[in-house]
Design a protein around this ligand. Structure first.
Ligand code: SF4
Length: 355
């Protein structure tokens, strides 16, 4: 149970079972948990006054002792070229969070954040360059969806990816609780089948997630099939090797009956060679999978230094050739062309410039 300022209990982010336990612990019937769950997560209520099937006395007690609002809307920007919409939200402690809506032909995906900043320092990623500030609570993770749904329309968001700022599996319990809310049969809207958790590769947590019973889809930020190259691009590879992660992903896929998505940012001269195609083809032959090819987005707005400053995008023609060669090997490949570059909302560009 999370307690914040004035020892108020944070209800937003509690899965149903935790809510039920809370109401029992204050001498209320268990079903109050379901009522408040419904108000918070389905009706997007932010005030206890709106919960008109709760007794007035209980509503005022809850207003005194608990809190259900975790984020404020600060600003939003829309990309003129793609319709991508970036939201800036603010936590109670005045930290800023970014979430992005990406409209595509057959679906509209909301990309949500799980940490403020990120400790993993992937060299192609703006969020990595800004460092780590804090883990988000389950309420702050789920509230990004609720606030985006309020603005954009709940029915207009079809998919969710945990791929914004931060590494979801380094904030495991909050990520898991937010997934439990999506998974609950009381929750209307998006099902787990439409949700993907993207990880840079925290092998033990991939196994834990596989064993959680939540059959959410998983994506691994791969970016190279070679340990040494991957370690240069993603220092986390020195702690959890590619081999450990691939073993964990194999376990995940088997346990959940899902297929993995490999994310692959195209970096000129680093991971776009024939050797990389051969290694990708070998890997994909072993695991039910697809590859998302992501053109590298500029980090110039972050003034990068060191290895990050040396990274250059693979030219478009070379990406097309790379993709064709992979498809010739019967691999499912999707190219995620840049969306929202003009508002720094594209993949790997999320880093808050607001203060
Ligand atoms: S790519 Fe993901 S894991 Fe890596 S630094 Fe960026 S936010 Fe963190």
């Amino acid at each position: 149970m999370i307690q914040i300022a004035k020892k108020k209990v944070l209800l937003k982010g509690m899965p149903l079972e935790e809510l039920n336990n809370y109401f029992v612990s204050i001498g209320e019937p268990k079903f109050r948990g379901g009522q408040v769950f419904n108000w918070m997560y389905n009706h997007l209520a932010t005030l206890f006054g709106e919960m008109d099937n709760l007794p007035k006395l209980l509503r005022s007690k809850l207003a005194d002792d608990t809190i259900i609002k975790t984020l404020d809307f600060v600003d939003s920007q829309i990309s003129a070229s793609s319709g991508t919409k970036k939201f800036i939200f603010e936590t109670i402690e005045h930290n800023k969070i970014e979430s992005v809506i990406i409209p595509e032909e057959n679906r509209t995906t909301l990309c949500i954040s799980t940490q403020i900043g990120c400790p993993l320092d992937c060299k192609f990623c703006a969020t990595g360059l800004m460092g780590y500030k804090k883990n988000l609570t389950a309420g702050e993770i789920f509230d990004q969806y609720l606030l985006a749904a309020k603005d954009y329309g709940k029915d207009n968001i079809s998919n969710i990816v945990y791929m914004g700022m931060g590494e979801p599996l380094l904030n495991y319990s909050a990520t898991l609780n937010s997934l439990k809310i999506f998974a609950d049969e009381l929750t209307t809207g998006i099902s787990l089948k439409k949700i993907t958790v993207s990880t840079a590769g925290i092998a033990p947590k991939i196994i834990e997630l596989a064993d959680s019973g939540l059959k959410v889809k998983i994506a691994l930020s791969l970016h190279s099939c070679f340990e040494d190259t991957r370690s240069k691009i993603m220092p986390v590879n020195l702690k959890y090797s590619l081999k450990q992660n691939i073993d964990a992903i194999k376990y995940y896929v088997k346990r959940t009956g899902t297929r993995v998505t490999f994310e692959y940012v195209m970096l000129k001269g680093i991971n776009d060679r024939q050797d990389d195609i051969n290694a990708l083809a070998k890997l994909c032959a072993e695991i039910p999978s697809k590859i998302n090819i992501i053109p590298f987005n500029s980090l110039k707005h972050m003034n990068p230094e060191g290895y990050s400053a040396q990274l250059e995008p693979t030219p478009k023609r070379k990406i097309e050739d790379f993709v064709t060669r992979l498809r010739d090997r019967n691999i499912t490949v999707i190219v995620r062309y840049t969306q929202g570059d003009d508002i720094a909302a594209a993949c790997g560009q999320l880093a808050t410039n607001y203060s």
